[in-house]
Design a protein around this ligand. Structure first.
Ligand SMILES: NC(=O)c1ccc[n+]([C@@H]2O[C@H](COP(=O)([O-])OP(=O)(O)OC[C@H]3O[C@@H](n4cnc5c(N)ncnc54)[C@H](O)[C@@H]3O)[C@@H](O)[C@H]2O)c1
Length: 430
């Protein structure tokens, strides 16, 4: 089938490339000229394992093309996915101006039936607003459907998540829309849940909010374990063996970040408030998350006694491993706070340094972990990259001026670190 995707970011680019890999003919559109130029040259503007190879392969087989024109995309395909950004506004609600602008532009150029599929994460009732907008600007008075097809991919494993998802959800209002979406997804073996549009929209917010809740629960537990002299890793392992609970997303650390969880939790709180329900649990999830970062900074301050003029090495900047995405990364807050206290920061991240450079000031970016540790008074682990788990710890310690390692992701064993002569602090462990 011919498929168009508007918005060629983490979601749109991965989805479009994977649809091409499944055999469809795909046009990916973005209004960022540089992005499209790079993509036409076979270069991925983002780091995502396996993505660039798939982009090149599918450009070569002529199943994947790129454009800056929504009008071209509307002409190219009967089905148009919208995967533009929906960033948070200062009041916590989602900024839907990109979705609205794209909806209007699609409507103005439609000259026959089109199915507009929202893949961006949006508050409930956005589908209805998109339908209203399209109706308003539908100057050729053609038939159309609006569907919701929330995206659950995770950055860092986005290609695999798209080709082998746990489930595919679509909210539709007609058999025609259902059939088109089923045809597009036919090559993927995964359960399909077909719902009304409102339920599909809520499934996405509910899923991310629940995952954030698990993280905040684990972080709260970590604080109790630390005070009680217990080990949170053992506690969550014990809990996770219960199939009703599960071990995933019960990791204590420095709190969640990234472009999705913070914005989706706060958008879900706002939409619930607007609908007349005070979603208290989620407000606490946010509070616990913010507090967890504070507690980590406090731990650094207490360990160093005086932060001013100390050299602090940072391992990991991205909000999670295997991505170059720095949006709402906890590292930003933590580094800025320590800089405000007078610390000098040296940092290394395997993929995110080019993005971090534009978001952080006065950070010495290093070539590797050992360079970060050189003459450092302390080293902090802020992202759990596999590369850091394999570090030669003796070599790291020997280049530090003082052997303090504060692990915000619990990647090392406290006993081993002690044996190696580190002053080691982690989260929720003795
Ligand atoms: N990143 C994730 O892990 C993830 C996962 C699931 C869902 N989502 C949701 O998917 C949506 C997209 O997220 P993302 O991370 O891919 O965002 P992104 O910022 O990486 O990509 C969005 C793209 O849309 C483009 N765009 C904006 N307005 C446009 C317009 N008028 N015409 C053409 N292109 C336009 C931007 O230039 C950008 O390249 C968001 O709603 C997000 O919440 C993201």
């Amino acid at each position: 089938m011919n498929v168009s995707i508007i918005g060629t970011g983490y979601v749109g680019l991965v989805t479009g490339t994977c649809f091409a890999e499944l055999g469809h003919h795909v046009m990916c559109v973005d209004n960022n000229v540089n992005k499209i130029k790079q993509l036409k040259a076979g270069k991925s503007p983002i780091y995502e394992p396996g993505l660039e190879e798939l982009i090149r392969k599918n450009i070569k087989s002529k199943r994947l093309i790129f454009s800056q024109s929504i009008a071209e995309a509307v002409k190219f395909s009967k089905v148009i996915f919208v995967a533009v950004n929906t960033p948070p506004k200062p009041d916590g609600t989602a900024d839907l101006s990109y979705v609205a602008a794209v909806s209007k532009e699609i409507a103005l150029t439609m000259d026959g039936y089109r199915l507009i599929v929202d893949k961006s994460t949006v508050p409930v009732h956005t589908g209805a607003k998109v339908a209203e907008t399209i109706k308003r600007y539908n100057r050729h008075h053609v038939d159309f459907d609006v569907a919701s097809n929330p995206e659950f991919l995770r950055e860092g494993s986005a290609v695999d998540d798209t080709l082998r998802p746990d489930r595919i959800v679509f909210g539709v209002t007609s058999k025609r829309a259902s059939k088109l979406l089923r045809d597009i997804y036919a090559p993927i073996k995964a359960p399909i849940l077909e719902t009304d549009v409102e339920s599909a929209e809520i499934i996405k917010h509910a899923s991310n909010s629940f995952l954030a809740l698990k993280i905040s629960f684990a972080n709260s537990l970590a604080n109790v374990c630390e005070a009680a002299g217990a080990d949170v890793e053992e506690v969550v392992t014990g809990m996770g063996l219960d199939r009703r609970i599960g071990r995933l997303f019960l990791n204590a650390g420095i709190g969640y970040g990234g472009s999705c969880f913070p914005k989706d939790v706060s958008a879900f709180i706002s939409i619930s408030d607007k609908l007349g329900y005070d979603f208290k649990i989620l407000k606490t999830v946010e509070e616990v998350n913010a507090k967890q970062r504070e507690l980590f900074i406090k731990k650094v301050e207490e360990t160093l006694w005086v932060v001013k003029d100390k050299t602090i090495g940072v391992l990991g900047l991205a909000f999670k491993p295997n991505t170059d995405d720095m949006r709402c990364a906890p590292a930003i807050d933590i580094i800025e706070r320590l800089q405000a206290d007078g610390a000098h920061i040296r940092a290394y991240d395997p993929q995110a340094m080019h993005n971090a450079k534009s978001m952080l000031r006065n950070v010495a970016m290093c070539k590797n972990a050992y360079e970060v540790a050189k003459d450092a008074d302390a080293v902090l682990v802020l992202t759990e990259w596999d590369e850091f788990k394999k570090i030669d710890l003796e070599k790291l310690r020997s280049s530090m001026i003082s052997p303090i390692l504060i692990d915000g992701r619990n990647i090392f064993s406290p006993r081993k670190m002690e044996e190696l002569g580190f002053i080691y602090k982690s989260i929720g462990r003795k």
